[in-house]
Ligand binder design. Structure first.
Ligand code: SF4
Length: 257
């Protein structure tokens, strides 16, 4: 796992922020401690990336809301999300009285892609699936993050082989050197669900219909009990490529997806 100190040259934060980062032992901090530190240092130039398709983002939303009710949260609306996800966004808006920032892809880019390759291009090849994720998710995400100093994700190391080295705090060179904060990196799925139950956190109703991870409707399917929870996402691909590109680092294989 890369130490933060080795990535300092890529960061674009002010010196006053840098002083607070170097040599801090984030690994030993709890999720709430990391979020509190993040709010103290970066709010309102800090936002939570929440897909509304995994309990992790909702757990973080609940924690952040307790720490700072005006904390920010955003979702990438790809235009292909299932109805259950839109319903959950509304439930969250009601429960927390919170504005959810809904980020859309570029109309022109989606239109050009669909006219050229058809609406279901993602099933045809890895390249076309990655193109769709790039247009509908990666590009709008990058554009949104341009105005921030830090963002929070629900990544966990045990989610997938591609996430096994996730640090709790890292510099995201792909997003212009802002901080990427992953407070649940060392949590298990059971830890997440236990928190959600105790704190009555709203979650996607499709989890109760054997969808452990809910993404875009055409790229998500039911996972039989006992199988890898991530195997319901882009199930026709190898596990090594099952990422949309939002969390692929510049030094990783597949850079720039
Ligand atoms: S998950 Fe599927 S539909 Fe959604 S952006 Fe990626 S390829 Fe496109």
């Amino acid at each position: 796992m890369k130490r933060l100190g080795t990535q300092i040259s890529k960061i674009r934060l002010k010196n006053s922020h840098l002083d607070k980062l170097i040599d801090r032992d984030f690994e030993s901090m709890t999720a709430v401690d990391i979020l509190t530190w993040s709010v103290d240092n970066f709010h309102p130039r800090l936002s939570l990336s929440c897909s509304f398709g995994n309990p992790e983002g909702l757990v973080l939303l609940d924690m952040l809301h307790s720490i700072e009710p005006s904390s920010r949260v955003y979702v990438l609306d790809t235009g292909r999300l299932p109805q259950a996800t839109y319903d959950l966004i509304d439930r969250v808006r009601d429960k927390y009285q919170k504005k959810v920032e809904i980020i859309f892809p570029s109309n022109c880019s989606v239109q050009e892609m669909v006219q050229k390759h058809g609406p279901n291009l993602f099933y045809e090849s890895l390249e076309k699936r990655q193109l769709c994720c790039r247009v509908r998710k990666v590009a709008p995400n990058k554009e949104y993050l341009r105005g921030l100093d830090a963002y929070v994700t629900g990544l966990r190391r045990s989610q997938n082989v591609t996430r096994s080295e996730t640090p709790k705090v890292e510099v995201d060179g792909e997003k212009g050197g802002i901080l990427k904060i992953n407070p649940l990196a060392d949590w298990t799925s059971d830890d997440v669900w236990a928190y959600a139950r105790v704190h009555k956190v709203p979650t996607n109703r499709l989890h109760g219909e054997s969808y452990p991870s809910v993404g875009c409707d055409p790229c998500t399917r039911v996972v039989p009990e006992g199988e890898d929870p991530r195997s319901g996402r882009w199930w026709w691909e190898n596990p090594e490529t099952r990422e949309c590109g939002l969390h692929v680092g510049e030094e990783s294989e597949g850079s720039g997806i």
